[in-house]
Design a protein around this ligand. Structure first.
Ligand SMILES: Nc1ncnc2c1ncn2[C@@H]1O[C@H](COP(=O)(O)OP(=O)(O)OP(=O)(O)O)[C@@H](O)[C@H]1O
Ligand SMILES: [Mg+2]
Length: 452
C-alpha cells in the first residue's frame, strides 16, 4: 500500500515538474488524456453555461408531456469528432437548428477557461459544422515545429507556428509578394532566416539584398544566386532581374506561339504552365532593411533611389507570372519614404507585423486589411520577440512565431543545399565569391575598454 502511495506521489510530482518545465512533453504524456476526459465530462454543462444550447424540439416536449415523463433537457451541439493533436484538442461540432458559428466564436474565451485549456479558436468548416481548436499550453513560448509538418508544395514552406498550434505556411504561388514590418529587434531577420532555411531545399533561386552591410544574408551566401550589401549593387541586381523577367516572358510567348503583336497584358500563362524541361527556375528576392534603398542624401542617390523603387514596383506588378516573388522586410514602409512606396506596398499581399511601437506603423501593414490586426500588432509585448501578426488580403489574421533558428543552423542548411543554387544568366556577376572567404576589411570601430 505504501509503495503504491509513493509511486503515485512520484507520478504526480513528475507530471507537475513536466508541466512547469516542459509543457509540450507534459501535454503528450499526461495532458492530452486528462484534457480529453475533462472536455467530454464537462461538455454538456459547459455548453449550457455558455449559452450554447437550444431547447429540445417541440415533438419531444409534447411526447414527454403525454407520457408524463420529465421535460427533456436543452441540447448542446453534437460532437462529430474529437482529435488529439501535438499541442491540443480539435473538436468538430454539428450545430443545432437556430445556432450559428458566430455564437461559438463569441464564446471562445468562456470555453477556454471552462474547459481549462490555454486557448480556444473556432472556425466554420461548412454550413452548420464548426471546428474548435484548443491548445493545452502556450505553444508560442518555445516554438517547436512538428517534424512531419512538411505539407510543402512546389513553392510552399512552413515558416512559423500559429497560436492555435497549426503550422503557418508561406505559399508563394497563392500570395506572391509579402511585406514584413517590425520595430528594431522584433524578430524580422529571424523570420526571414527561417524563410531562407525553408526555401533552401527547394528548386528555387534566392536573391538577397541586405543593406545592413550583409550581416544577415552574407553568411548564407552559398545558397544565394546573387547578393547585394549596398544600394548601388542592389540597383544593378534589380535591373538585371527586370531584364530576366522580360526574358522569361519572351520564353513564355515563344512557347505559346502567339504572334508578337499580342500585347503583354493579354498573356495569361505563367511559368508553371510551361513544361518542366524548359521552365525557368522561380526566383525569391529577399530584401532586408528596405528603407535603406529608399533614403537619399544627394541628387545622385535620389536618381539611384528612383531606379530601385521603379524596378521593385515593376517586379511586384509583373513578376508573379515570371516566377519572381518579393519578400520585403523593414521597420516602416510608408509614404514618408517617398513616391512609389505606397504603390509598391499595395502589391505586397502577404502582410506580417512584428512588434511595432506606434499605430501608424501597424497601419502600414494592416490599415487597409483589418483594424483588429492593427490592435493585435501594437499589443505584442516587447519581450515576446519573434511573435508577429500575419494576415492576408482576405481580412483573416493569426498570431504566429517563427522558431528561433540561429544563424549557424541556417548556414549549415544553406551549405548542405549549396549544390541546388542555380545560375541566373544575367545575375552571374552578382554571385557571391564562394571559394575565398569574404575579405572583410578590419573595421575602424573602437572596442569598449576591458573592465579593470
Ligand atoms: N522567433 C523568435 N524566437 C525567439 N527569439 C527570437 C525570435 N525572433 C527573434 N528573436 C530574438 O530577437 C533578437 C532580434 O531578432 P532580429 O535580429 O530578427 O530582429 P530584427 O527585427 O531584424 O531587428 P533589426 O531591425 O535591428 O534588424 C534575436 O537575436 C533573437 O534573440
Ligand atoms: Mg534585422
Amino acid at each position: 500500500m505504501t509503495w503504491l502511495l509513493v509511486a503515485l506521489m512520484l507520478v504526480v510530482a513528475a507530471a507537475g515538474l513536466l508541466r512547469w518545465r516542459r509543457p509540450a512533453w507534459y501535454w503528450l504524456t499526461f495532458g492530452v488524456t486528462l484534457a480529453a476526459l475533462r472536455v467530454l465530462v464537462r461538455y454538456g454543462s459547459v455548453m449550457d453555461a455558455c449559452g450554447l444550447t437550444v431547447p429540445a424540439p417541440r415533438w419531444r416536449l409534447a411526447l414527454a408531456r403525454m407520457a408524463d415523463r420529465p421535460v427533456p433537457s436543452p441540447r448542446a451541439p453534437r460532437i462529430l469528432r474529437v482529435r488529439p493533436t501535438r499541442t491540443g484538442l480539435v473538436l468538430r461540432l454539428k450545430l443545432r437548428p437556430g445556432q450559428d458559428a458566430f455564437d461559438v466564436s463569441a464564446s471562445a474565451d468562456r470555453l477556454r477557461h471552462s474547459f481549462g485549456m490555454y486557448g480556444v479558436t473556432s472556425r466554420e468548416l461548412r454550413s452548420g459544422v464548426v471546428e474548435l481548436r484548443m491548445t493545452g499550453y502556450d505553444v508560442l513560448r518555445r516554438v517547436q515545429m512538428p517534424s512531419l509538418a512538411a505539407d510543402t508544395g512546389p513553392m510552399r514552406v512552413p515558416v512559423a507556428l500559429r497560436e492555435d498550434g497549426s503550422v503557418h505556411y508561406r505559399d508563394y504561388r497563392a500570395v506572391p509578394h509579402a511585406l514584413t514590418l517590425g520595430a528594431t529587434e522584433s524578430g524580422k531577420s529571424v523570420y526571414q532566416r527561417n524563410l531562407v532555411a525553408g526555401l533552401a531545399p527547394l528548386n528555387v533561386a534566392l536573391v538577397g539584398i541586405d543593406c545592413k552591410q550583409g550581416v544577415e544574408l552574407f553568411p548564407l551566401a552559398r545558397r544565394f544566386s546573387a547578393l547585394a550589401d549596398n544600394p548601388d549593387t542592389a540597383a544593378d541586381i534589380l535591373d538585371a532581374l527586370v531584364a530576366h523577367m522580360e526574358d522569361v516572358y519572351r520564353l513564355i510567348r515563344s512557347h505559346q506561339a502567339i504572334s508578337v503583336s499580342v500585347p503583354d497584358a493579354e498573356i495569361a500563362a505563367d511559368i508553371w504552365d510551361l513544361p518542366e524541361d524548359i521552365r525557368p527556375v522561380p526566383v525569391v528576392v529577399l530584401v532586408d532593411e528596405v528603407a535603406e534603398l529608399a533614403l537619399f542624401a544627394n541628387k545622385e542617390q535620389e536618381k539611384r533611389r528612383d531606379r530601385i523603387i521603379t524596378a521593385l514596383v515593376r517586379l511586384a506588378q509583373l513578376g508573379r507570372a515570371a516566377g519572381i516573388y518579393l519578400e520585403i522586410c523593414g521597420q516602416r514602409f510608408g509614404s514618408e519614404l517617398g513616391k512609389g512606396i505606397t504603390m509598391l506596398r499595395a502589391q505586397l499581399t502577404g502582410r506580417t507585423a512584428h512588434r511595432v511601437n506606434d499605430e501608424t506603423s501597424a497601419n502600414m501593414a494592416f490599415g487597409d486589411i483589418s483594424p483588429d490586426a492593427v490592435l493585435a500588432a501594437i499589443t505584442i509585448p516587447a519581450e515576446a520577440r519573434g511573435v508577429a501578426i500575419a494576415g492576408d488580403s482576405t481580412g483573416g489574421w493569426h498570431r504566429i512565431r517563427a522558431p528561433h533558428t540561429s544563424l549557424r543552423q541556417a548556414l549549415n542548411l544553406c551549405n548542405k543545399h549549396a549544390d541546388r543554387t542555380p545560375h541566373l544568366p544575367g545575375l552571374d556577376a552578382f554571385r557571391p565569391a564562394l571559394n575565398t572567404p569574404a575579405p572583410v576589411p578590419a573595421p575602424a570601430v573602437e572596442s569598449a575598454p576591458a573592465a579593470a
